[in-house]
Design a protein around this ligand. Sequence first.
Ligand code: AMP
Ligand code: GLY
Length: 420
Amino acid sequence: MNILVVGSGGREHAVIRSLRKNPQVQEIYAVPGNGGMAGEATCVPVSATDLDAIVAFAKSHPVDYAVVTPDDPLVLGCVDRLNEIGVPCFGPKANAAIIEGSKAFSKDLMKKYNIPTARYETFSNLQAAKDYVKSQPAPLVVKADGLALGKGVLICETTQQALDAVTDMMANAKFGASGSTVVIEEFLEGPEVSVLSFTDGKTVKPMVSSMDHKRAMDNDQGLNTGGMGTIAPNPYYTEAIAKQCMDEIFLPTIRAMEAEGRPFTGCLYFGLMLTKDGPKVIEYNCRFGDPETQVVLPLLESDLLTIMQATTQGTLAETEVKFSQKSACCVVTASQGYPLAYEKGFEITMSEEASAHTFVAGAKLSEGKLLTSGGRVTGTTALADTLPQAIQEAYRLAEEVRFENAYRRSDIGKRALEAL
Ligand code: AMP
Ligand code: GLY
């Protein structure tokens, strides 16, 4: 069995490592992959968004199955294109990936099918957006409609900030075409939970819950990043809340997508906020989260490839999806300065023990040396019987990942410990 994995981050490294546990897996082609995966996958120097080149590669190589994990190729229709040439894929088609690709679409879907989310309105006209902002109490959240690398969400404490945000997006094209339509929504409060789920379009099987740490600095200060670390399971997500989410959010969403003629298959990510009025959807992602995947997949005891194929074949109901009872923590080591400007090209070294626990994201191989090439460089994951042990062990191992200008948050998991 030869598998093509589209993407290049720590998430893809975690997917590849889990796929490798299946003895039937022979070749894994990572498109484009990164230097830290060499040895576990063959890196193919083709961009994850160059669909023509991906299709050409899949035609000329023995590819039996493809796993597409980043948002942009999914939204562009990578799965549709690979299916056209007979390659089955893990991941949604473009008409279902829109659940992440357009916030206006996902908000309208939730409204139509009574799925709990923040109150909102969608605007393509600047004056109407401004009038709405003035009519609503602050704080407000202003979101660019399209994909904006996680940066298109502005939390506005005051009415003036919200007016500036809509002007920046709609009149000054701060997020390009992604911001020509904006969603303005009510500010929600409560602990955040990420729930990734496998689905074949009818059955939905949630994975173990997790918690991301999006801000760059300790105590959730500083700019939003792609994620500086994760823990799983999320202690705020009790069994009673999980049941409520299944009944009020997960199943209704899967059924809504089917009713709309957009059956969703692959991994659907529910970004939830546990408000005093119950769990509400903050966002959907049409894919595995990064760095959630780096704590969730190491806890998966069932075979990943078998589950992925079941989502493609519509047999998820009969397929076991079992997670360990342990806890996991992933600590991201980033380049100092991220998410703004940072230097790259520093050599990365790590102990053999740390290497076995580390997923590489922003690194490239040059003359046999692994050099930093991105903001988030590595994610180091440890499993243990309890969350405090997992956190301690993840930090012990992450400290063995060394390069000049390395930066880590020192409080990954602290908020979760407060809940215990
Ligand atoms: P997103 O890119 O949609 O995940 O948003 C980024 C972050 O903004 C989320 O993880 C939340 O912390 C925050 N956020 C988004 N929408 C809201 C909301 N309606 N109320 C409060 N915080 C929000
Ligand atoms: N960690 C959040 C995301 O992948 O969008």
